[in-house]
Design a protein around this ligand. Structure first.
Ligand code: CTP
Ligand code: MG
Length: 226
């Protein structure tokens, strides 16, 4: 049984709003997602590493990647789930292989964090994800920018990646996502009636989404170099 790491990197970064997709922004002299891929390539439990980019990608070939055995799949789709599903179909894993999906945009992930998830799920029937308990008080907004109610914080977690599930079940789950509403693998698996395991993640494993996130990612990566 293998662990196959699949990195969706076919998004356009519309919330970030840079001229190129955020995964190609320069951080510490390398494209942002080079850091992601380089970290995953250092995880001993990972047997294969693939990145999914858009068929229309104009940037990937402009950079030096030097990630050993990286498989580059130009099969990205209109949604994250479609990109993962297309990558999975191209990789053609064995049904029971683990597929570990990690956002290209979470560039501050560490090998230890990935190993923590894989270790926690080794004997798990379903699979699971890194996530963090919600620290702040959570409000539901109502009309006119006013609070409708305060949600009980107990038991609420924020999903991160990596998320790891068996290949055949994940492919079946993603195929259910007709409207592109699924924003992570776990929610697709939940639609099949399974309960993914929550494994404690790390605040440093945040997703670069807005320009304000870049300074923090830079600082974290620079500090690790020292
Ligand atoms: N992704 C993908 N294919 C898509 C959309 C997203 O592979 N059609 C990838 C992104 O490249 C990113 C990850 O999924 O690494 C998480 O998505 P997100 O942070 O939403 O990135 P974007 O979709 O690019 O950003 P935005 O939603 O702001 O447009
Ligand atoms: Mg998106």
């Amino acid at each position: 049984m293998s662990v196959i790491a699949l990195v969706p990197a076919a998004g356009s970064g519309s919330r970030f709003g840079a001229p190129s997709p955020k995964q190609y922004l320069q951080l510490e002299g390398r494209p942002l997602m080079w850091h992601t891929l380089s970290t995953l390539s250092q995880v001993p439990e990972i047997d294969r590493l693939a990145v999914v980019i858009s068929p229309a990608d104009e940037w990937f070939d402009d950079f030096e990647w030097d990630i050993p055995n990286l498989e580059v799949l130009r099969v990205g789709g209109a949604s994250r789930a479609a990109s993962v599903a297309a990558g999975l179909a191209t990789l053609a894993p064995a049904p029971d292989d683990w597929v570990l999906v990690h956002d290209a945009a979470r560039c501050c992930v560490t090998p230890a964090l990935v190993t923590r998830l894989i270790g926690a799920l080794a004997d798990d029937e379903v699979g699971g994800l890194l996530a963090l308990p919600v620290a702040d008080t959570v409000k539901r907004a109502g009309e006119g920018g006013r609070v409708e109610r305060t949600l009980a914080r107990d038991g609420l977690w924020l999903a991160q990646t990596p998320q790891m599930f068996r290949a055949a079940r994940l492919a079946r789950a993603l195929a259910l996502d007709g409207k592109g509403a699924v924003t992570d693998e776990a929610s697709a698996i939940e639609m099949l009636g399974f309960a993914p395991r929550l494994v404690e993640g790390d605040a440093q494993n945040f997703k670069v989404t807005y320009p304000r996130d870049l300074a923090l990612a830079r600082a974290i990566l620079a500090a690790r170099k020292q």
